[in-house]
Structure formats: structure tokens, C-alpha cells
Write a protein that binds this ligand. Structure first.
Ligand SMILES: *[C@@H]1O[C@H](CO)[C@@H](O)[C@H](O)[C@H]1NC(C)=O
Ligand SMILES: *[C@@H]1O[C@H](CO)[C@@H](O)[C@H](O)[C@H]1NC(C)=O
Ligand SMILES: *[C@@H]1O[C@H](CO)[C@@H](O)[C@H](O)[C@H]1NC(C)=O
Ligand SMILES: *[C@@H]1O[C@H](CO)[C@@H](O)[C@H](O)[C@H]1NC(C)=O
Ligand SMILES: *[C@@H]1O[C@H](CO)[C@@H](O)[C@H](O)[C@H]1NC(C)=O
Ligand SMILES: *[C@@H]1O[C@H](CO)[C@@H](O)[C@H](O)[C@H]1NC(C)=O
Ligand SMILES: *[C@@H]1O[C@H](CO)[C@@H](O)[C@H](O)[C@H]1NC(C)=O
Length: 479
């Protein structure tokens, strides 16, 4: 009575339902649900992980799960029968949508029940084993099934997502795995409540407008997040983005962004230097004309008295490796201007950013560039020795922990190809911290093409300094 069997049936389903039969179906379902709710209350006892109760409950549960098993079997039979009967009926077209909803509902219920059924001890042997194990101290019990983490969560959709999905024909798949192993970040367990809220939706319906909750989860380490089976919300009226010959340097259409979670409600507000926007990093990044246009093409932060700047220009960097820089990553807070400029030099850059107080990802995409929605928590999604360039600005600053910086730099080193360039752009920190940070960058033992320390002038005091560098990853011809 596999799910495939049912889905084949449902696939063929094309008919329509008479109203009385529909009502009857609803009745059957209500009975099923009533029975199930009893079962769930028992199940929730399993899940509560109070240490002392555990042994006791497992004893009880073996007895109860017998009855429960029988009940669940009966429910499954009834639903199968119902689906079969619907299938055999001749329908008129008027109730088509109603009936297809009903069938979808039935199938969903069946899915719930069957997933419960598989988690019940199913045969005598299992019962025996459980009873023996139940007498043991909980810590002495053998390690449970490998999909055990699923049992930590109460929302069925999370459990479904986490459960190992064996391959359908019981063989290894082309990737050499016996199944598909979906996972979530371990911090998701600490954020159980938020994750359950995130995964609480109706399958096939429109999701809540909760990207901000998702981002909160990700930033706090619940990354990767589970996938969802609801349709993400889109802007109400999406107008086609501008063609690429116009989009790079033009503020996008306001209608192409959902603004509900931001302080600004349009791009003009974001671009203006007088509005309060709810973020401080890169506050001028949406002002494409005044602020963004000269970046990396002209020196902006030039200290005239000392003739000193931390700005390094794109042509200077590309000339280090003429023709050798083709693809790269920009790990920054920004609206994609670096990628836009590099595009003009025929270099393809993906821009990694999250939406910190403004729709940075949408902006980058609407400009016709590739946004990568990525937090600092994640290993970069690139293979070793692949990228020609990594550029970073306004992201790694004096806030960052030294050990974290180490992990990040090693990961960047991993994805850079030998001879690839790491461009640290206007890293800033307190003067007294500078040497410690410089040591961290020196640890890479890269070839220094540029190495600049310059005063940071935008604040009244002179406690902060800028550091910029262009470094080349050495070949490491070790075996
Ligand atoms: C994967 O399946 C094969 C048989 O197809 C089996 O021999 C092997 O032990 C399985 N591996 C795991 C990790 O389950
Ligand atoms: C952009 O390209 C389209 C066709 O590819 C053309 O019709 C349009 O005039 C161009 N716009 C600009 C500003 O060059
Ligand atoms: C943009 O938003 C600001 C406030 O957020 C508002 O004052 C202004 O009228 C809006 N402009 C347009 C063109 O909608
Ligand atoms: C961009 O900044 C300049 C100078 O700060 C300002 O004059 C201009 O109005 C800004 N652009 C927008 C769209 O607010
Ligand atoms: C906005 O830009 C104008 C023109 O560059 C400048 O005079 C003004 O001080 C800026 N305002 C703020 C709040 O930065
Ligand atoms: C500033 O320094 C650059 C080289 O770093 C030099 O080419 C330029 O002539 C200097 N400008 C002045 C005004 O000293
Ligand atoms: C980029 O490529 C185009 C087409 O191949 C070429 O015409 C253009 O000169 C290149 N630009 C640069 C800056 O190399």
C-alpha cells in the first residue's frame, strides 16, 4: 500500500463528484481525524523528552501502539476505499474543482497517516526488542534510527522533510547514494519554535510573507533551511525588468519588490541621502548616479593632504593578470555595482549578500546581475580551485572574530584557483586592532600585489584605519 500506488491512482483521477458522496466523504474524514487526534496525544508523550518519564512511557506505549496500529490500519483502509469509490463514479463537470480539492485533501491525510504508521513498531520482533530496550537505562539504549532528528519537531512537514527518502527502486542512484538525505543546520534545533512557525503552512497554498523570519533563522545558524511546499509570495504587479543595456545603471521599478518588511517603501527613498532607512552599511548604495557610478573607476576617499587612498581601481587589478580574471565572487554589502562594473570589463561576478534592511538581492537581480543569497555562516557553494577573483568590501570589518576570520579566509583560499586574486577592499578597524588583522591576512602567505593602510576620514576622530590589499594565491605543488 505504498504512496506510489496511491499517487498513480490520483494521477489517473479526472472525474467529478456528486455532492452527497462528498458530504459522506467529509463525514468519514471527520471520524478519522477524531480517532487520530487521540493518537496524536499519545504520540506527543513519546516526543516529550523528559528523562525520567521516558522508560515508563515506552512500556506503556508498546501496549497502546497495538491498538493504535489497528486503528491506523482501519483509517488507511477507509481512505483507500473512499479514493477508489470516487474514482469509479461518473461525474458532471460542475463539481470538478471541489472534488479535486477533496482528493488532494484525502491524499494529504493519507500521507500523514502513513508516515505515522511507518514510525510505529510494526511486528512482533520489534515489540519484543522495544520492551527489552525499555528496561534499559536510556543512555544505554542503542542509537536510534538515523532519521531520529525528525522526531524532535512537532510539525509534520519538518519531519517529512528530514526523513531519509530511499530511492524508489531500492538501488543506489546515479550519484552513488541509496537515498536522499535532506538536512538542516543544527542551530535549527535551538530555534525549534521559529522553525516550526516557518514550516507551518498549507501544502500547495501561498506561503506567509515571512522571508524575514527565514533570514533570521539563517543568520542565527539555521542554515540550510528546509525547503517548503508552498508558493512564495511575489510582488502584486510584477513588471518586466528593464533590458540589460538599461538595467545596470537605473533604479528598478518599485513594483518589482515586496516592501512590507522595510522602512523605505520605494527605491527613491533608498537612494535619497536624507531618509532614515533602517540600515547603515552601504547607506548610499542605492544612489546609482552620485555614489555608485565612480566606484572602482575613480579614487573617492582621497586624502589630498597626504595623497593617500585605500581605493584600488578595477583596471589596476585586472592589469595584474591581463586576461586571467574571468569569473569571481563579490562578498560585500551592496547593490551589485562591483559586478556591474566588472561586467563592462567582461568579467562575470556573482554578488553574495543578504537583505539587511533593504532589498539588496532584488536590486542586484533587477539590475541584471546574479545575486547569491548567502550568509557568512555557510561554506561557499563553489568547488575547490575554481574562482579567479574574490572581492570583499564593507563586510569583513573590525567586528569580526579572529577565529571566524580564519575559517572564512581558508574557505576563500579553497575556492580561489592558484594564481587567483583576493581583493580586500577598504577593510576597516580600530588602529590598535590593525596589526592583529594584518597577521590574519598574512597567514595566507599570498603574494602581495598591493598593500595599503590609509586613515579613515569619514568620522570626526581618527581612531579607525582602512586596509586594502590585492593578494595572489600561490600555487601549492604539494602532493
Ligand atoms: C546501499 O544499498 C546497497 C544495496 O543496493 C547495500 O549493499 C548497501 O549496504 C546500502 N548502503 C547503505 C549505507 O545503506
Ligand atoms: C536597448 O536595447 C534595445 C534592443 O535590444 C533597444 O531597443 C533599446 O533602444 C536599447 N536601449 C538603450 C538605452 O540603448
Ligand atoms: C517613496 O517613499 C517615501 C517615503 O517612504 C514617500 O515619501 C515618497 O512619496 C515615495 N515616492 C514615490 C515616488 O512613491
Ligand atoms: C544621490 O546623491 C546626490 C548627492 O548626494 C543627490 O544630489 C541625489 O539627489 C541623490 N539621488 C537620489 C535619487 O536621491
Ligand atoms: C546629501 O548629499 C548632499 C549633496 O552631496 C550633501 O550636501 C548633504 O550633506 C548630504 N546629506 C546627508 C544627510 O548626508
Ligand atoms: C599622488 O600619488 C600618486 C602615486 O601614488 C602619484 O602618481 C601622484 O602624482 C601623486 N599626486 C600628488 C598631487 O602628489
Ligand atoms: C568585452 O568583450 C566584447 C565582445 O567580445 C569586446 O568588444 C570588448 O572590447 C570587451 N571589453 C573589454 C573591456 O575587454
Amino acid at each position: 500500500m505504498g504512496k506510489t500506488h496511491i499517487s498513480v491512482k490520483l494521477g489517473r483521477w479526472g472525474g467529478v463528484l456528486h455532492r452527497p458522496i462528498f458530504m459522506l466523504g467529509i463525514l468519514v474524514l471527520l471520524i478519522c481525524i477524531a480517532t487520530l487526534s487521540k493518537f496524536y496525544s499519545i504520540r506527543s508523550l513519546f516526543i516529550s523528552d523528559t528523562f525520567c518519564n521516558d522508560v515508563h512511557i515506552e512500556h506503556q506505549s508498546n501496549i497502546r501502539s497495538d491498538q493504535v496500529g489497528v486503528t491506523v490500519d482501519a483509517i488507511v483502509q477507509k481512505i483507500h476505499k473512499e479514493i477508489n469509490e470516487i474514482k469509479d463514479l461518473r461525474m458532471d463537470s460542475s463539481s470538478a474543482t471541489l472534488s479535486s480539492r477533496y482528493v488532494a485533501f484525502l491524499a494529504d491525510m493519507l500521507g500523514h497517516i502513513e508516515s505515522l504508521q511507518t514510525s510505529l513498531p510494526s511486528d512482533e520482533g520489534a515489540h519484543q526488542r522495544n520492551t527489552e530496550i525499555g528496561a534499559l537505562h536510556p543512555l544505554l539504549r542503542p542509537k536510534q534510527r538515523s532519521d531520529e532528528p525528525a522526531d524532535f519537531f512537532l510539525i509534520e512537514e519538518i519531519r517529512k522533510y528530514l526523513r531519509i527518502k530511499p530511492n524508489r527502486l531500492g538501488k543506489q542512484n546515479f550519484m552513488g547514494a541509496n537515498g536522499t538525505f535532506t538536512s538542516i543546520g543544527h542551530a535549527c534545533f535551538a530555534m525549534k519554535k521559529e522553525l516550526e512557525e516557518y514550516m507551518d503552512y498549507d501544502i500547495g497554498e501561498i506561503c506567509k510573507d515571512d522571508w524575514k523570519l527565514a533570514q533570521r533563522l539563517m543568520v542565527h545558524g539555521c542554515d540550510p533551511l528546509p525547503r517548503r511546499r508552498c508558493f512564495s509570495r511575489a510582488p502584486q504587479l510584477y513588471s518586466q525588468p528593464f533590458p540589460i543595456n538599461e538595467s545596470l545603471w537605473k533604479l528598478p521599478d518599485n513594483r518589482n519588490v515586496r516592501w512590507s518588511q522595510y522602512r523605505c517603501k520605494n527605491f527613491t527613498c533608498l537612494a535619497s541621502n536624507t531618509t532614515r532607512k533602517g540600515f547603515y552599511k552601504c547607506a548610499d548604495c542605492f544612489n546609482l548616479t552620485a555614489h555608485e557610478l565612480p566606484r572602482w573607476i575613480k579614487h573617492i576617499n582621497l586624502d589630498l593632504s597626504m595623497n593617500l587612498t585605500a581605493d584600488i581601481l578595477i583596471p589596476e587589478v585586472l592589469n595584474i593578470k591581463p586576461g586571467g580574471i574571468r569569473i569571481g565572487l563579490d562578498f560585500s554589502v551592496g547593490t551589485g555595482t562591483f559586478a556591474a562594473r566588472m561586467r563592462e570589463f567582461n568579467v562575470t561576478i556573482v554578488s553574495a549578500t543578504i537583505n539587511l534592511g533593504a532589498p539588496f538581492n532584488e536590486m542586484i537581480a533587477l539590475r541584471g546581475l546574479v545575486p547569491l543569497y548567502l550568509t557568512i555562516n555557510q561554506r561557499l557553494p563553489f568547488f575547490d580551485n575554481t574562482l579567479d577573483l574574490i572581492h570583499t568590501t564593507r563586510f569583513l570589518d573590525g567586528w569580526i572574530d579572529f577565529v571566524l576570520l580564519d575559517f572564512i579566509l581558508y574557505d576563500w583560499d579553497r575556492v580561489l584557483r592558484p594564481g587567483g586574486l583576493l581583493w580586500i577592499d577598504s577593510f576597516f578597524c580600530l588602529k590598535e586592532d590593525l596589526n592583529d588583522y594584518l597577521e590574519a591576512f598574512k597567514m595566507l602567505r599570498y603574494k602581495k600585489h598591493k598593500w595599503i593602510v590609509a586613515p579613515k576620514l569619514d568620522k570626526d576622530d581618527d581612531r579607525e584605519v582602512f586596509f586594502s590589499a590585492v593578494l595572489e594565491k600561490p600555487p601549492r605543488p604539494f602532493r
